[in-house]
Design a protein around this ligand. Structure first.
Ligand SMILES: CC(C)(COP(=O)(O)OP(=O)(O)OC[C@H]1O[C@@H](n2cnc3c(N)ncnc32)[C@H](O)[C@@H]1OP(=O)(O)O)[C@@H](O)C(=O)NCCC(=O)NCCS
Length: 154
């Protein structure tokens, strides 16, 4: 597996991961728009040796603030450290580009994602009531400041 910056040709692979992972996946149009808007967005993909896209993570950048748009892996690749790898690569690139803090939203019941975010230094800053549909659920708004980013090697 490798992690590399996403290109427009990765849109189909990213869409397949979206459909597999979320009850309301992003539309193909939104994915295309984000991949094309490289002045404001950063996307990385996790790619298997045979070229198959097995995961992706994206971020919007506004001056010194990053906003994770989404992160997801194919079901058969979860729990093996690839989500952490993807997120670290994206965050390191965001720090390099001048971000000093990164925000994200996450379902309050998503214990796997919460575990990942807390491990890397994210803290809950607020709760957005009924933010998600299908099923309706609150979101934690979490943020990680560059100086709070946790890098540990096992
Ligand atoms: C969330 C997601 C990206 C995490 O990636 P992953 O490859 O499964 O996670 P990793 O193997 O890299 O694990 C990294 C950390 O996450 C946490 N984690 C992973 N699996 C976990 C589990 N089953 N229960 C609790 N925490 C877990 C742990 O903190 C783990 O660190 P550790 O291995 O040192 O304990 C992935 O599971 C996924 O695609 N889920 C579906 C889509 C989704 O929910 N995206 C997030 C939207 S906000």
């Amino acid at each position: 597996m490798i992690v590399r910056p996403a290109v427009i040709e990765d849109a189909d692979g990213i869409y397949a991961i979206e459909e597999e992972s979320f009850s309301i996946p992003w539309s193909m149009d939104s994915i295309h728009r984000d991949l094309a808007n490289t002045a404001l967005t950063m996307y990385d993909v996790l790619v298997r040796d045979d070229g198959a896209i097995k995961g992706y993570a994206g971020l919007w950048r506004v001056v010194d603030e990053g906003q994770i748009t989404n992160i997801a892996l194919a079901k058969d690749c979860r729990g093996e450290g690839y989500g952490e790898l993807l997120l670290r690569v994206l965050m390191e690139a965001a720090w390099e580009k001048g971000c000093t803090s990164i925000f994200l939203e996450v379902r309050v019941s998503n214990t796997v994602a919460l575990g990942l975010y807390r491990k890397l230094g994210y803290q809950t800053v607020s709760v957005r009531k009924k933010y998600y549909d299908d099923p309706v659920e609150d979101a934690y708004i979490m943020s990680c400041k560059k100086e709070s980013y946790v890098w540990t090697v096992k």
